[in-house]
Design a protein around this ligand. Structure first.
Ligand code: ADP
Ligand code: ADP
Length: 233
């Protein structure tokens, strides 16, 4: 069953006198439990698409259904609510709060869910366990390696049991050995049933996903763009 249905989405920016079609008539579906990579070079429309999928932005036209809900018809408050419930974000630079411990960072998205402090702590510890960081719960981000910080960020993304994990260049700030570890964790989470969308400019990273689409000048292609080799970064 599709968790995401995107039909004929357009998103444009006005730049001086010119209009840039950042997303130019994009259509695709993602099923529950898929592990999809979206690959494209700088300026291809990745951030715009991620903002759309992540409910940070609405399309100019076309339709985006997330779990059957029409995102284009929502106001800002509804968008924020659905984002909190359904999307777990993972960023290149981890985006952890430096004054909070690992477990406190993981609890953050649960604050909006109206859960008691005790339940929040239980869920956060459970989430840290999934990424193998139970023994670092009380550490501050500065006391953790880059890979460990990203694992905290993954635990935070998981904590609210979102419909989708949306990872934007999750290994972009990590060395190759640590990148491999993080990709292994992401792969394990997919094996456990999590739906994952990985956005990257790096073919070797995208290849780790089970399905790959490429974006070029705001248009999507299933696999083909990459295989024809015009995506050399
Ligand atoms: P990527 O993330 O792949 O680098 P973006 O989605 O950021 O691509 O950008 C897609 C296109 O839209 C580019 O041509 C970019 O210059 C343009 N663009 C993105 N954001 C803006 C903006 N706020 N104003 C004007 N043009 C933008
Ligand atoms: P880029 O890929 O262009 O470097 P980022 O990955 O930092 O940008 O962020 C992508 C988008 O997600 C931006 O529009 C940003 O405002 C938004 N964003 C950043 N941090 C968060 C967060 N903690 N929660 C929700 N949205 C965020």
């Amino acid at each position: 069953t599709p968790i995401i249905e995107i039909k004929n989405i357009m998103k444009s920016y006005k730049l001086g006198g010119e209009t840039v079609h950042a997303l130019n008539n994009i259509s695709f579906e993602i099923n529950k439990g898929e592990f999809l990579a979206i690959i494209g070079p700088s300026g291809s429309g990745k951030s715009t698409l991620m903002n759309m999928i992540g409910c940070l932005d609405r399309p100019d036209s076309g339709q985006y259904l997330l779990d059957g809900k029409d995102i284009g018809k929502m106001n800002d408050n509804q968008l924020a609510t659905i984002r909190n419930q359904k999307i777990g974000f993972i960023f290149q630079n981890f985006n952890l709060l430096t004054k909070l411990t690992a477990v406190e960072n993981v609890e953050l998205p649960l604050l909006y869910a109206g859960l008691s402090a005790k339940i929040r702590r239980e869920l956060a510890l459970e989430s840290l366990k999934k990424v193998g960081l139970s023994d670092r719960a009380g550490h501050l981000p500065t006391q953790l390696s880059g890979g460990q910080q990203q694992r905290v960020a993954i635990a935070r993304a998981l904590a609210g049991n979102p419909s989708i994990l949306l990872a934007d260049e999750p290994t972009g700030a990590l060395d190759s050995k640590t990148s491999k570890e993080i990709l292994e964790i992401i792969n394990q989470l997919n094996e456990l049933g999590n739906t994952i969308i990985l956005i990257t400019h790096d073919l070797s990273i995208a290849k780790q996903a089970k399905r790959m689409v490429s974006i070029q000048d705001g248009q999507l292609q299933e696999n083909g763009g990459v295989l024809s080799g015009h995506l050399a970064i």
